[in-house]
Design a protein around this ligand. Structure first.
Ligand code: SAM
Length: 227
């Protein structure tokens, strides 16, 4: 067992105690049919609510290198309480050298002041990270000129962090989606399911990771509002 990074403010953990990387791969990547979906695309945009330690971002980078080195990946993430460099290193230390070079490369570009607003980090010629620092309810409505292919909904659990699962979030997801845009999340909370459906997503309850019984995945079938 290892120390899982925890938020005292939200009384919740950043990723699963069982195995955070495996859970992320199962919930977010398999849930979005990745990396398979990359075969038919030359560019791809993932948008995530909750950057945290960056585990999902480092996994996406690893998967990109292994499976689709020619793809241009844009990874957008929304984070209100950005961790500092040491917290990120410590949080991901459980994986030893697996992400070490990637973490250091990312930290060399990570803004020291972490001011509210949009920060664009050109990580490699194939990978851009667009990190919005601030409340997702304010930053998502400010987001323009992108079409998301896959949403990773990774706020803390809805019961403890309802602000990450609001109608503002769901409506803006719809605004930035096209037909077939996917979403995936570890939760199966009823109000999340209903909120996503009301915004135009087809929602499927499916088997969760490990002891979690269910998670939600789905696709946008509604009409995207003007971008
Ligand atoms: C479960 S953690 C994310 C884990 C992360 N994806 C990872 O790979 O480590 C949830 C994140 O949501 C952030 N958060 C909580 N409320 C927020 C809000 N209103 N707007 C933006 N981010 C928020 C927290 O600070 C935390 O980093």
């Amino acid at each position: 067992m290892y120390d899982v990074p925890r938020s005292n403010a939200f009384d919740d953990i950043y990723f699963s105690v069982e195995n955070g990387a495996e859970e992320s791969e199962f919930v977010f990547f398999k849930g979005s049919n990745l990396p398979q979906s990359w075969d038919t695309n030359s560019s791809y945009t993932i948008a995530e609510t909750g950057f945290g330690t960056g585990l999902n971002f480092f996994l996406a980078w690893e998967l990109l290198e292994k499976n689709a080195p020619d793809l241009k990946l844009k990874f957008i993430s929304y984070e209100m309480y950005p961790l500092d460099a040491e917290e990120i290193r410590k949080g991901l230390s459980r994986w030893g050298s697996r992400f070490e070079n990637k973490i250091e490369k990312f930290l060399s570009l990570y803004p020291e002041q972490r001011e509210t607003g949009r920060h664009i980090l050109e990580i490699t010629p194939s990978l851009t990270l667009c990190l919005y620092i601030g409340d997702v309810n304010e930053c998502l409505p400010m987001t323009q000129d992108i079409v998301v292919d896959a949403w990773f909904l990774d706020g803390f659990t809805p019961a403890k962090n309802p602000l990450m699962w609001t109608d503002t979030v769901f409506k803006n997801m719809a605004r930035l989606s096209k037909e077939g845009t996917s979403f995936a999340t570890f939760t199966s909370a009823g109000f999340v399911k209903r909120g996503l459906q009301a915004a135009g997503f087809d929602v499927e309850k499916t088997k969760g990771f490990g002891r979690k019984r269910e998670r939600l995945i789905g696709k946008f079938t509604g009409e995207a509002a003007s971008k």
